[in-house]
Design a protein around this ligand. Structure first.
Ligand SMILES: Cc1cc2nc3c(=O)[nH]c(=O)nc-3n(C[C@H](O)[C@H](O)[C@H](O)COP(=O)(O)OP(=O)(O)OC[C@H]3O[C@@H](n4cnc5c(N)ncnc54)[C@H](O)[C@@H]3O)c2cc1C
Length: 317
């Protein structure tokens, strides 16, 4: 079976690997080289336990030593994680997952997919380079704002998203910082359904805040996050306000589906030869915004279910 996977984030790259090792012919498309996708990069203990390849020494990650939880009423609790919990740089994680897929025999195409059409039981994929590809199965792994999702007729509305923003901050005194020594801050927000976080990464800090889409303006979210950073590390807050060279702003949507949406969602239609995984399928914990684990999980589940019917698939396609 020939498969085209659109998007080589954790969902697409892992699916590509899993399908290839089960014998499928896989083209994995991404519009860009591995990149620092807007994300905290937090990979929970259950993700590290269920996907042991994430413990590879090839990606430098920061192990979390303690988690400080701060309630909206400012009560605090600091706990060590029961088992490993790590903060990953997304570019390096993405690169690792792509190399793993390519080494297994996946064809990686750094090429934006622009057109998809269903013709005579096949999908025709056209990309920015002018390449035309004909496949049996089209998989949308193209993230929260998935175009493939819309093309196959699945609609997410504003109520189906959270919105997150923050800064990565690189600074000269990184090594001395308390946060970089392995402490995570998670603070719940007064009158907003979300939280803010301060994450240590290997060579910088990652600060972020997320809540329901349009529940607060980006300006209000920035101010709330900066007020917390200021209370912990005034120099960091000053650097961000001054847009110092080491400070990089990011913002992005996070799928956050309610129960009704989940009940009605169909993330695949074998007879139409398409499926969605990861953010494209809304596979994110709506309370925590954790998506890397569910990207990998949804990819693994899809690979297993497709592999179970390769032969049957050839007959119906
Ligand atoms: C602010 C923020 C903080 C977050 N923090 C965390 C966290 O700490 N921990 C956690 O687990 N999750 C977190 N998430 C969620 C996590 O980032 C996502 O759930 C995860 O990246 C989903 O992986 P994916 O492979 O489905 O999609 P993505 O990682 O978004 O990958 C999609 C890929 O598709 C490519 N693409 C899109 N369109 C096309 C096209 N037409 N042609 C070719 N390629 C295309 C893109 O370039 C991209 O590489 C956070 C999200 C946000 C926004």
């Amino acid at each position: 079976m020939k498969v085209a996977i659109i998007g080589a984030g954790p969902a697409g790259a892992h699916l590509a690997y899993e399908l290839r090792v089960r014998g499928a012919e896989v083209d994995l498309y991404d519009a860009r080289e591995a990149w620092e996708k807007p994300c905290g990069g937090g990979v929970t203990s259950k993700a590290l336990a269920d996907f042991p390849f994430l413990t590879t020494p090839d990606v430098a990650r920061k192990l979390v030593r303690s988690v400080r939880l701060i309630s909206a009423a400012r009560r605090e609790l600091t706990v060590p994680p029961r088992s490993d919990f790590a903060i990953f740089p997304r570019r390096e994680l993405g690169q690792f997952l792509r190399v793993r897929a390519v080494t297994a025999g996946v064809r990686m195409r750094v090429d934006r997919v622009e057109k998809t059409a269903r013709e005579s039981g096949k999908w025709i994929i056209e990309s920015a380079s002018g390449l035309r590809n004909e496949v049996d199965l089209l998989v949308g792994a193209d993230g929260a704002s998935s175009v493939i999702r819309r093309r196959v007729g699945i609609r997410f509305g504003p109520e189906d998203f959270s919105y997150g923003l923050g800064w990565h901050l690189y600074r000269a005194d990184n090594g001395k910082s308390a946060e970089l020594s392995g402490q995570v801050d998670i603070r719940y927000l007064e009158k907003l359904g979300g939280y803010l976080w301060l994450f240590p990464r290997v060579d910088h800090h990652s600060y972020g805040i997320a809540c329901g889409y349009r529940e607060a303006s980006p300006q209000e979210m920035k101010e709330r996050l900066l007020a917390h950073i200021d209370s912990q590390d005034p120099l960091a807050a000053r650097m961000i306000r001054a847009q110092a060279p080491g400070s990089h702003f990011y913002a992005a949507m996070i799928p956050s589906l309610g129960v009704t949406k989940w009940d009605r969602l169909r993330a695949s239609r074998p007879l139409e030869g398409w499926a969605l995984v990861g953010d494209a399928a809304g596979s994110v914990d709506p309370l925590t915004g954790e998506g890397i684990y569910y990207a990998l999980l949804s990819a693994g589940l899809l690979a297993r279910s497709i592999a179970g019917c390769f032969d049957h698939y050839e007959v119906i396609s």
